[in-house]
Design a protein around this ligand. Structure first.
Ligand code: GDP
Length: 173
């Protein structure tokens, strides 16, 4: 594979409302953060490339609004997705339950070789933490997911989780 080869992958964001999905994308793509992130209307589509050693991964990122409320539409969003980033908020147990449900659904109905990342976001609020990181890590390990705790606010581990997903994607597409 030549050094410049670029491989395109669809990546979808899933998770409860207000866990920081758009903020993680914003941080990853533009290196910005907003305390008052505008809710996404419809589906926001952004791209970002990650240069790996032998090739370049280009993510086509689908940050979907309303998937929290209109779950029946979700299969439409993740159809054809090579990767999913499932986000929860470490201060919100309901959002962790939501993330688990998403991961189970993706494993049943997503692409057979879908690469799933689980992000425990709002790590900067760890003094209000409700979800133990070891518990989340074991859930991720049992389900073959990449796991990081992230903060879109400080930027902690945001790039890292996208890079880890990129590295795990199949190269033979
Ligand atoms: P989404 O609905 O999942 O896309 O969530 P948003 O990205 O719209 O974020 C919801 C709210 O949480 C906004 O007020 C963000 O500023 C805030 N937020 C997002 N990520 C973080 C984070 O890592 N730390 C903190 N403290 N707040 C965050």
């Amino acid at each position: 594979m030549s050094k410049k080869t670029q491989l395109n992958f669809k990546l979808v964001l899933l998770g409860d409302a207000a866990v920081g999905k758009s903020s993680c994308v914003e941080r990853f793509v533009k290196n910005e953060f907003f305390e008052f992130q505008q809710p996404t209307i419809g589906a926001a589509f952004l791209t970002q490339t990650i240069p790996l050693e032998d090739y370049i991964v280009k993510f086509e990122i689908w940050d979907t609004a309303g998937q929290e409320r209109y779950r029946s539409l979700a299969p439409m969003y993740y159809r054809g997705a090579a990767a999913a980033l499932v986000v929860y908020d470490i201060t919100d147990p309901d959002s962790f339950d939501g993330a688990k449900t998403w991961i189970q659904e993706l494993q049943r109905q997503g692409a057979a070789d879908i690469v799933i990342g689980l992000a425990g976001n709002k790590l900067d609020l760890s003094s209000q933490r409700k979800i133990d990181s070891k518990e989340a890590k074991s859930f991720a390990d049992e389900n073959g997911c990449i796991f990081y705790e992230t903060s879109a606010k400080t930027g902690a581990n945001v790039q890292e989780i996208f890079v880890a997903i990129a590295q795990k994607l199949p190269k033979n597409v």
